[in-house]
Design a binder for this molecule. Structure first.
Ligand SMILES: [Zn+2]
Length: 437
């Protein structure tokens, strides 16, 4: 299983001369990219090699770039066209044709000295500067980058850097940002005999096994609602244009800012949780059971009916289940912790004690987020019931009128690991006893 990570390195401020040379390349590249994207879209070209061979001479004359920039610009253009068509297919495209914005300068192994990577200069104080040599219209120029802890961590842990690097310009500070991608191949660990099942919800994440159950209150659902209120307010108060129907420039900036902030907080929390979970599983030598399907990782999942699948996906997308599952999966692969995916169908409607099927909670129970089985009287927090079900505690056929299977549930003790996440205040871990009536 191959994992890849992107690392961004900032450069030291460049001299005016150097920055001008980079900017010159960047501007020509942007112009070329715009033309190539249009051209690829118009002529339905999806292959960068084909696109490159069909560039008209006038274009080559107008943009006298070193030839490898043509290679990468063609790849960039084709990627953008494909991305646009994919969006359009899903009905998410806002325009009729691909719009080129957010351009970064794509480099291949020739456009920077990939072969000599990593090349460092050491300052007097022992600090290391990563040097990459960028091909420009004239002489190559050296870009001094600031490597950080994470960068060195990937280097020392045997991740390989890919030849493709992207550059962005920070005009005001005369800096560049370099995006490196690291890759590493990991073995897929063998599934162990013990398990930890994870149930992901808007406001909490519950996990555990026969020995313990833990619920971490994340408040992600509440946070999402908060930010959507903020969004609505910005949209209401920052309007412009004839009839005042369009968001103003300031409004658009605010929306972007809040959107980014929300995403950062969510991702940060999810990453931390994922790491703690993986560490815990590693310590217990347990396999993690996840429900549902992170995209592209669906090989282990039993197929379900299409329509239900789609609906489920939408709900899960909104509360960020996909990204959480992905973080857990990737961290687990990295730490050698095995993960299995289990079809979660009905997990909230089956009694984990007796297997009674389609247990409909009443209003009271819903409010308390409780699960009570009308057949055997088993009571638990709703999300804990889901965790127990994911553990596969109902190997018997789920029919309400069958008698409960004797001894199908191991005794459950509950432990709350209060400092599990090393996150004070923002997370409250609660525990709730399982009781039998
Ligand atoms: Zn029951």
């Amino acid at each position: 299983m191959k994992l890849s990570r992107t690392v961004v390195l900032e450069s030291y401020p460049l001299t005016r001369r150097k920055f001008k040379a980079v900017k010159e390349i960047y501007e020509d590249y942007s112009g070329l990219l715009l033309i190539l994207t249009e051209y690829a879209f118009e002529n339905k070209i999806r292959n960068p090699i084909k696109l490159r061979s069909s560039i008209p001479d006038e274009v080559k004359e107008e943009y006298e770039l070193p030839s490898h920039y043509y290679y990468t610009a063609c790849q960039d253009a084709v990627t953008r066209v494909k991305g646009f068509l994919e969006k359009k297919r899903k009905g998410k495209a806002k325009t009729e044709r691909p719009v080129v914005k957010n351009v970064s300068l794509w480099l291949d192994d020739v456009l920077w000295d990939y072969k000599r990577f990593p090349q460092f200069n050491t300052l007097k104080n022992g600090k290391k500067i990563l040097i990459i040599r960028l091909t420009t219209k004239r002489r190559p120029i050296k870009l001094p980058l600031k490597p950080h802890k994470l960068f060195f961590k990937y280097l020392s842990e045997g991740w390989r850097v890919k030849a493709g690097v992207k550059l962005k310009l920070v005009e005001e500070e005369r800096k560049v940002l370099a995006y490196f991608t690291f890759e590493k191949e990991f073995d897929e660990p063998e599934v162990t005999g013990s398990f930890i099942a994870v149930d992901y919800n808007a406001d909490n994440i519950s996990f555990g096994n026969h020995d313990f159950l833990v619920q971490v209150k994340t408040g992600l659902g509440r946070m999402t609602r908060f930010y959507s209120d903020v969004r609505r307010e910005v949209q209401r108060t920052h309007l412009t244009g004839w009839k005042k129907k369009l968001p103003s420039r300031k409004g658009r900036e605010l929306l972007k800012k809040f959107g980014q902030r929300k995403m950062n907080r969510k991702v940060d929390l999810q990453r931390k949780l994922a790491l703690r979970l993986v560490e815990l599983a590693g310590e217990l030598n347990a396999t993690i059971i996840l429900e549902a399907i992170p995209k592209n990782f669906n090989q282990k999942v039993v197929k379900r009916r299409r329509k239900r699948e789609k609906k489920l996906r939408n709900i899960l997308h909104n509360i960020g289940m996909n990204s959480f599952q992905r973080f857990v999966f990737e961290k687990a692969v990295e730490h050698g912790v095995p993960v299995v995916f289990i079809n979660p169908a009905y997990s909230s409607q089956v009694c984990p004690n007796c297997g009674a099927f389609r247990v409909k909670p009443n209003d009271d129970a819903l409010r308390q987020r409780a699960f009570t089985c009308p057949v055997c009287g088993f009571t638990a927090d709703r999300d804990f019931a889901a965790v127990l079900n994911l553990l596969g505690l109902f190997p018997f056929s789920p029919k309400a009128d069958e008698p409960p299977a004797e001894g199908s549930v191991s005794p459950v003790t509950l432990v709350a690991e209060a400092n599990l996440l090393h996150q004070k205040n923002s997370l409250v871990i609660i525990s709730q006893g399982l009781k039998r009536q």
